[in-house]
Design a protein around this ligand. Structure first.
Ligand code: C5P
Length: 406
């Protein structure tokens, strides 16, 4: 993936032990296709050398406002003019205080002040001891910096380099990367609530065994991520999968179809869009033995009776909110053949505005997929791409179809 292709990021480092994470962040940005210009304060150079950052960014590092390598001797102007964003990571408590007051006595703060404020966003990744983080001065500065147009990324929580435990650690490089990628996505679903079901369900026979299917949950997780990137508040009801929760998404873990139905119906009254991507088991065993079912001896095969599971999508689609158009439902169809015909039939059966078809064996467990959007007007094909790229296209398509806000 190259989610930052064509983006030029100025990576600012202020003084803090989290500078060691900036090296990994720099590499991650470049791996995603960005070009990176590093600007460091003198304090940052106490924690990590410009040599390291130059080698990783493949660009000379700037640290001084008197750097005469620039023909006009104005690195604070030149460096920010072609940036798509300035990301200060780590952003120390002291650096925040400087930004707040518009101080400009060294290159990094000078450059932040001199940036074209409407064209070059400033993102800050705070990093400090938990007491410094909780201090009213820091919290006050942060609120004012937000009001001044800076984007404050969160902080991590846990064991800190000082030996204390609490909030204030810099986010991990991969978390910062995800946040930056999300930052650049258009906010097509701002203010919307999105509900997603994903993964398989597991229908227990006894405490040891059960029936499930090959769904990996990757498409549903990608949709949850894309919806969050588009600015929505997202709840992801996930069957048993071992995927990482996309950043900023609320996850509810369930096992069986009945649990998935319950969790879904709890969220349904607040949702604006429902993506039913889960591969819900059609049947569950009628009885669930409390103890392991034992072999009874040669020739005595067990007989398991099944009963049909509730159709979660159908239940939601038949509800008052979906029928009145308040809730937009998107169903999925995983087939092995005759995709269009099956998808059309499903559209009618479930009474929903949009079905997304895919070929089961060509998607299960894979990182990429291809989709067919089927609605009452016709068929639209999304050619093979990564699941995240397809999810972003699907989210944009759904956003376009939502009724305009009154
Ligand atoms: O009826 P069928 O299983 O083919 O339909 C697939 C669509 O319905 C998917 O969107 C799936 O998430 C949803 N579904 C559901 N509950 C079920 C079965 C399917 O929500 N019990």
């Amino acid at each position: 993936m190259s989610d930052l292709a064509g983006k030029h990021i100025v990576l600012g480092l202020s003084g803090g032990i989290a500078c060691y994470k900036a090296a990994e962040l720099c590499r991650a940005l470049i791996r995603e296709g960005a070009t990176v210009q590093v600007v460091m304060t003198e304090a940052a150079a106490q924690f990590i050398t410009p040599v390291t950052m130059q080698a990783l960014s493949n660009q000379p590092v700037f640290s001084s406002q008197w750097d005469s390598r620039e023909p006009n001797n104005m690195p604070h102007i030149n460096l920010s003019r072609d940036a798509d964003a300035i990301l200060v990571a780590p952003c120390s408590a002291d650096f925040m205080a400087k930004l707040l007051h518009g101080r400009a006595d060294e290159l990094l703060s000078l450059m932040c002040l001199a940036r074209p404020i409407a064209a070059v966003p400033l993102l800050l990744a705070p990093a400090m001891n938990r007491e410094m983080w909780a201090h009213p001065a820091t919290q006050r500065n942060m609120a004012q910096l937000s009001a001044d147009g800076a984007h404050i990324l969160g902080v991590g929580s846990g064991f800190q380099a000082c030996g204390e435990t609490g909030d204030g650690r810099m986010l991990e490089p991969m978390e910062l990367l995800e946040d930056l990628i999300a930052f650049f996505q258009p906010k097509l679903l701002a203010g919307k609530r999105v509900l997603v079901t994903a993964g398989p369900t597991f229908e227990a026979l006894d405490p040891i065994r059960g029936i499930t299917n090959h769904s990996s949950g990757k498409m549903g997780f990608a949709i949850a991520r894309a919806a969050r990137e588009a600015g929505a508040e997202v709840t992801l009801v996930a069957g048993p999968v071992s995927l990482a929760t996309p950043r900023g998404v609320t996850r509810v873990d369930v096992k069986s179809a009945l649990q998935m139905l319950e969790a879904t119906m709890k969220e349904e009254p607040r949702a604006d869009i429902f993506f039913a991507t889960a591969a819900v088991a059609d049947w569950r065993p009628v009885t669930h033995s409390k103890e392991k079912i034992k072999k009874e001896g040669a020739g005595k095969d067990p007989v398991v009776a099944f009963t049909e599971n509730p159709d979660i999508l159908l239940t939601v689609a038949q509800g008052q909110r979906a029928r009145s158009g308040e809730l937009y439902c998107v169903g999925f169809a995983a087939e092995t053949h005759d995709l269009v015909a099956h998808a059309r039939a499903k559209l009618a059966r479930k009474g929903i505005p949009l079905i997304v078809g895919n070929i089961g064996p060509l998607t299960f467990g894979l990182e990429d997929n291809q989709l067919l959007l089927v609605d009452r007007h016709g068929v639209q094909e999304f050619p093979r791409a990564s699941k995240v790229a397809l999810a972003r296209r699907l989210v944009a398509e759904v956003a376009r179809r939502l009724p305009a806000a009154a």
